[in-house]
Design a protein. Structure first.
Length: 374
């Protein structure tokens, strides 16, 4: 049976990607290799590590990861302030490796006479009082931050960087959060959320993966440990992100699964998901696209293009009638079909107004439920 209608709501969104556990082998010079394709440019993420993150969070010039710094100059990892000691302001290759002796005195005889060299110079001696300071970096000298957040960009080689804004993540221009050359140990990349329970759960997770030897340099966090309870925050509202709500103008929905036309999604792809398809059809929608009055919001348009281009799993409500207010015995309220759909053959009209018009074919990938709302 096919149902034709007008009106409804199309909620275009995407599933939140899995939290990932990575080893330092994924660290490059200035970037991180991230194979999980569910993370897109513009995504806001949290990077967390138990021993501190490889970013300068407190702005002191050093990564907030004291134990991740190197111990030798010209080594793989950046040195921290503990090796920036010197006697003359040197911090390069000419600086001494060890602290210099800072207490000296003239060398004298048993009778307390000063010893003079043949050239007339006085001989002096170091008394052995080496400079009293810590030879290792610590939380006081570099800072210690277990989490940092930012918007990622990724290139064709799946190298990601962190930026301060979503727009910078898409364009790779703006203010970058530079990755510093320190070794943080096992670390996590996950979707950003500022819910207190979620932040605490991330701290628990990085503590749990710190001593582990991961089976690969990048694995899903849930395959390495049991996720702490705070990760349930991301499961609310069907685990969705980048939500854009559109108004349906007209739609056709076929709910006879045995006679569906799935050519819109391609023969090979269609064969692979045939057992999941519960319906198919086409629709026309309108999406509001403004940030301020009479001005387009470029990021919302970009998100809409990416969501439809990447064929994200989407929620839709197809209204048979909506908000009816009639006298008895007529039925009041709303009646609609609700299901998850996969958009294909999407066409967008970005006309010079505050509305974006679009058309698309779709297949329903979940049970099609008919619902009544008063």
């Amino acid at each position: 049976m096919a149902v034709l209608g007008s009106g409804g709501v199309l909620e275009i969104s995407r599933e939140i990607p899995n939290a990932m556990a990575l080893t330092p082998a994924r660290l490059n010079v200035g970037s991180i290799s991230l194979a999980n394709q569910a993370y897109w440019s513009g995504d806001r993420v949290i990077l967390a590590a138990e021993d501190g993150v490889p970013f300068d969070v407190n702005g002191d010039g050093y990564a907030d990861c004291p134990d991740g710094h190197g111990f030798y100059r010209s080594g793989t990892w950046d040195i921290g302030p503990a090796l920036d000691f010197n006697t003359g302001g040197q911090t390069g290759d000419n600086a001494p490796f060890y602290h210099g002796f800072i207490a000296t005195d003239n060398l004298v005889t048993q009778n307390n006479d000063q010893i003079i060299a043949q050239n007339g110079d006085s001989l002096i001696v170091a008394l052995g009082s080496e400079r009293e300071s810590d030879k290792y970096n610590n939380a006081t000298s570099t800072g210690l931050s277990k989490q940092v957040d930012g918007f990622i960009s990724r290139d064709v080689l799946d190298r990601v960087k962190l930026w301060t804004t979503e727009a910078a993540g898409h364009s790779e221009s703006g203010t970058e959060k530079p990755l510093l050359r320190v070794k943080p140990g096992n670390f996590i990349i996950t979707k950003y959320d500022d819910e207190t329970a979620y932040v605490q759960a991330i701290n628990s997770a990085v503590a749990a993966i710190k001593p582990l030897t991961l089976i690969d340099s990048e694995v899903t966090l849930k395959s390495a440990i049991s996720l702490p309870a705070g990760f349930d925050v991301l499961c609310e509202n069907a685990n969705r992100d980048w939500k854009l709500q559109c108004d349906l103008e007209e739609w056709i929905l076929s709910i006879d699964a045995s006679n569906l036309d799935a050519t819109a999604i391609g023969e090979t792809f269609g064969e692979n998901i045939k057992s999941l398809v519960r319906g198919a059809g086409s629709l026309q929608f309108l999406a509001e696209n403004k940030n301020v009055s009479s001005e387009e919001d470029g990021l919302s348009l970009l998100r809409l293009v990416l969501l439809t281009q990447n064929q994200c799993n989407t929620k839709a409500r197809f209204y048979i009638y909506k908000n009816r207010n009639e006298q008895a015995p007529r039925v009041n309220g709303s009646v609609y079909y609700e299901c998850e759909i996969l958009l294909t053959n999407t066409r967008l009209n970005t006309r010079a107004t505050e509305l974006i018009a679009g058309t698309a074919d779709f297949v329903a990938t979940s049970e099609i439920k008919i619902k009544v709302a008063s």
